[in-house]
Design a protein around this ligand. Structure first.
Ligand SMILES: Nc1ncnc2c1ncn2[C@@H]1O[C@H](COP(=O)(O)OP(=O)(O)OP(=O)(O)O)[C@@H](O)[C@H]1O
Ligand code: SF4
Ligand SMILES: [Mg+2]
Length: 334
């Protein structure tokens, strides 16, 4: 499958009064056309800042994308998103790249009707007339499962439940038939039943639109149900990337093992200690000079405190940023 996105060594910092926050410390990953990549990792691991960097949405100042590449193969051929002008990015965003952010309340405009907000996306990005956009918006409302679209078109966001608002944000994200959608934590604020419905909706839409998706979540149950591949983030870096089944069956990074509560293969005694991840995440005010997980890792050895582990291949489409081979119980070669 051709790649739709190739992110290489992305570094983003925030220059705050307290010091420099090293939010994203060299993130690389790619995304195939039509693929769903889930991104998991604890709070503060740089998931949202990575995506905001790609979309040109980092507040600057204090934020700054320091370096990296984000090659997006959209309708205009391959472009580096990090090099586009604000105007060019606005055109890509919402058009070729749809996004569904953490909090639908802040994404939706409280003083515009739901219908107008969807229509506006269509007139702006697709050049539709108001009438055309209205017709399309009604179809989209139906497609995302909002009953009585004619009536709901005229409603304001506050008249919708959380789950319904989420559906509207999804309708806006898919309005221009994007090649890629970035969804950030979209299910966490919802109750479990609504969350399951939203996940089902997303699955259905994804098949319908054949769109590539980056799905940021804390919910590993959701990941198992919908992802093709998973990127595990830790301390602003990728800790592990693998096909979803491979990650669950054969996690190769101690942090992933902890996250999954999984049993490493060697012996059960050792595994119990891994289930809850003790300790706190690395202080992002201190520049990384060694493995970000070293403080919390039961396998840490000398090298882990001297170098930052790069991603290395450990199987088909499987990479880990760890110097230790948990299966063999010894340091990796090289
Ligand atoms: N506007 C900002 N100013 C300063 N620091 C920021 C800003 N936004 C994010 N950060 C910092 O960047 C780091 C990465 O944050 P990010 O929001 O990407 O985490 P996350 O993985 O999305 O976490 P969560 O799961 O809680 O959403 C954190 O240390 C955070 O405090
Ligand atoms: S590189 Fe070392 S400290 Fe980091 S996760 Fe691997 S074993 Fe643990
Ligand atoms: Mg976030």
């Amino acid at each position: 499958m051709p790649m739709i996105l190739e992110v290489k060594n992305l570094i983003t910092k925030f220059y705050t009064l307290d010091g420099v926050v090293n939010a994203v410390n060299g993130v690389s990953f790619d995304l195939e056309e039509g693929e769903l990549l889930a991104i998991v990792g604890e709070s503060g691991s740089g998931k949202s800042v990575t995506m905001m960097s790609l979309l040109g949405l980092i507040p600057s100042p204090p934020g700054k994308v320091e370096s990296g590449e984000a090659l997006f193969s959209g309708l205009d051929g391959q472009q580096d998103l990090l090099k586009l002008s604000p105007q060019e990015l606005r055109n890509v965003r919402g058009g070729q790249i749809g996004f569904v952010f953490q909090d639908p309340i802040s994404t939706l405009n409280p003083i515009m009707t739901i219908g107008e907000q969807i229509s506006e996306t269509l007139t702006r990005h697709k050049g539709m007339t108001r009438e055309e956009a209205r017709g399309q918006a009604l179809q989209l409302l139906a497609q995302v499962g909002i009953p009585d679209p004619e009536l709901r078109y005229k409603s304001y966001p506050f008249q919708f439940s959380g789950g319904m608002r989420q559906r509207v944000v999804i309708a806006i994200a898919i309005a221009c038939t994007p090649q890629m959608i970035i969804a950030d934590e979209q299910t966490t604020a919802l109750d479990v039943t609504v969350q399951a419905q939203i996940v089902e909706l997303f699955k259905r839409l994804r098949e319908l639109l054949n769109v590539a998706v980056i799905w940021i979540t804390h919910d590993l149950g959701v990941v198992a149900g919908i992802a093709d591949r998973v990127l595990v983030m830790y301390g602003g870096r990728p800790a592990e990337i693998a096909l979803v089944d491979d990650l669950y069956e054969r996690p190769q990074h101690p942090y992933t093992v902890g996250l999954l509560g999984a049993l490493p293969r060697l012996d059960a005694e050792e595994s119990k200690r891994l289930v809850s991840i003790k300790g706190t995440p690395p202080d992002s005010l201190i520049p990384l000079q060694h493995c970000p997980f070293a403080w919390r890792c039961q396998f840490a050895f000398e090298r882990c405190w001297e170098e930052i582990p790069p991603l290395i291949a450990v199987g088909d489409q499987h990479q880990t940023a760890c110097f230790y081979d948990m299966e063999k119980g010894e340091a990796r070669d090289g």
